[in-house]
Ligand binder design. Structure first.
Ligand code: DQA
Length: 139
């Protein structure tokens, strides 16, 4: 059975509460339950941290064993050379996802330090970006 980790970065624990006009009103844990019901033939796991180092530790932990990581690194996407390097260091392919279309937003959200080392990037489809990320790993 394929193993895929959905990995969320800072402030994504507040989905459903935070800036609903941008990120919607569903909390991530209830969305993750929907994902698990949809993808019954894979082992889906979820991890969230607000700390850069903990996210890097998690990438190292699963990055030689899992079949894929769907990662929304939140604002670290635009700041973290270290997370970009962690993605480059492991074998597991990573799909970068964003709920919002970061290219329609502030200039500082247009650049990603992760994208170059990811298999691909999906953004702008709301929470459905995560489903599309998983689909991409299953192709
Ligand atoms: C985000 C976009 C980032 O720019 C922002 O910092 C987030 C969420 C998204 O999912 O749209 O925290 O990654």
């Amino acid at each position: 059975m394929k193993k895929i980790l959905v990995l969320n970065g800072p402030n994504l624990n507040l989905l459903g509460v935070r800036e609903k006009s941008i990120y919607g009103d569903q909390d991530f844990l209830s969305y993750f339950e929907e994902l698990k019901k949809r993808f019954t033939t894979i082992q889906l796991e979820y991890f969230q941290s607000n700390s850069e180092g903990i996210l890097i530790d998690k990438i190292h932990e699963v990055g030689f064993e899992y079949d894929g990581i769907v990662m929304n690194a939140g604002a670290y996407t635009h700041t973290s050379i270290a997370i970009g390097d962690a993605i480059a260091a492991v074998r597991t392919p990573v799909i970068e996802v964003h709920i919002s279309n970061v290219h329609q937003r502030e200039e500082f959200r247009h650049h990603s330090f992760l994208a170059k080392n990811c298999q691909g990037v999906i953004c702008g489809f709301g929470l459905d970006s995560y489903r599309l990320g998983i689909e991409a790993l299953l192709v």
